[in-house]
Design a protein around this ligand. Sequence first.
Ligand code: NAD
Ligand code: WQD
Length: 356
Amino acid sequence: MEQRGGEAVRKFNLMKKILVTGGCGYIGSHTAIEIQQQGKYEVISIDSCINSHENTVDRVKAITGKDYKNHKVDLVDLEATRAVFRQYDDIVGVIHFAALKAVGESVEKPMEYYHNNFESLINICKCCEEFNIPNLIFSSSCSIYGNVEKLPVSEDTPTSGAESPYAYTKLVGEEMLKAYVRSQDKVKVVALRYFNPVGSHPTGLNGELPINKPTNLVPVITQTAAGIIPKMMVFGGDYDTRDGSCIRDYIHVVDIAEAHIKALDYLLENKNQAPYEVYNLGTGEGISVIEAINAFEAVTGQKLNYEIADRRAGDVVAIYSDSTQALERLGWKTKLGIEEMMASAWKWQKNLGVKK
Ligand code: NAD
Ligand code: WQD
């Protein structure tokens, strides 16, 4: 059993801590903001910044007025990860966001994805157990549902459809966690399956920072409006949907962040019925690509240059969530709609820069 030291840390920081892995990333940083603004816990982050920048911490501080420490450590390195856990003796929960997440890249580099996402999850589980941290939240994804026959999808919908190595790391990650909670009784887990997180902080001071050329719809929309992408493509206009384009459940990143606080409180208050539970996080509303574009244009007054192009390989036609269980058990539901998602995404893009 590891002993945690750090007398100096113990003496001066009385507030209990939540360890956020991937705290410099898109969803992790928005969750850090919400935790800090709630004021009950201090945030500690571990992020290697493989897909983010360390200055995210400054952006969060500009919004909340509070600092949080990011430990620039690769979670695949167990000893380095242990060394961070050893510094704190008052972590009450871990939210494990850190993962590689680009679907297309995962097809090209499957071993990198398996190595990173599985090893980091295993090491987090080891540390939670060794350092007696009883509450763990895991970032899962609607991508594990694949093509579904019945909509909306609930947590009981079969999850055999991982269509990419990335999605497979989430599917297997969930299975690993189920086996993990069966093997020990110290750590309980909630897995949250996000649908399509989009948008930015309403201040426009924090948002998704695409390091490479974006492939997700909303950053493509905002970069097109900003003149960085000359013309965007709508992938497929001949699907069997109300306007021929694909349907998704877009959810505001701030709503996603709030769900993590609810899920953690739920575990901290021992309200869980089982040591492993899973919840869908979506709005319950399907929005088509064309509707998303129309919403962006209406909210921002920007005209988008787009054309209908061929279908994108691997796209599911339509998927949206039944999030009743998150409402009933976690007391969580979304507050923000597509207008707030688009307005905040545009505000962030203007902050990042526009060409025209
Ligand atoms: P992100 O890339 O912005 O954030 C993930 C962070 O984890 C990055 O800052 C990255 O540097 C860090 N990281 C990755 N591997 C690491 C490692 N081995 N050690 C330390 N840090 C590491 O991604 P995000 O959009 O914030 O996603 C957060 C989580 O939510 C991920 O697990 C992702 O799979 C999941 N998710 C995201 C979406 C989405 O559309 N954004 C949807 C469903 C699920
Ligand atoms: C949304 C819709 C595109 C770009 C991905 C991951 C999934 C999850 C969420 C992590 C689709 C269309 C897009 C463009 C377009 N992430 N589109 N033109 O594919 O639903 O889900 O993010 O877990 O795992 O697969 O999101 O934003 O890429 O696409 O027409 O330039 O927008 O075809 O219908 P997707 P997306």
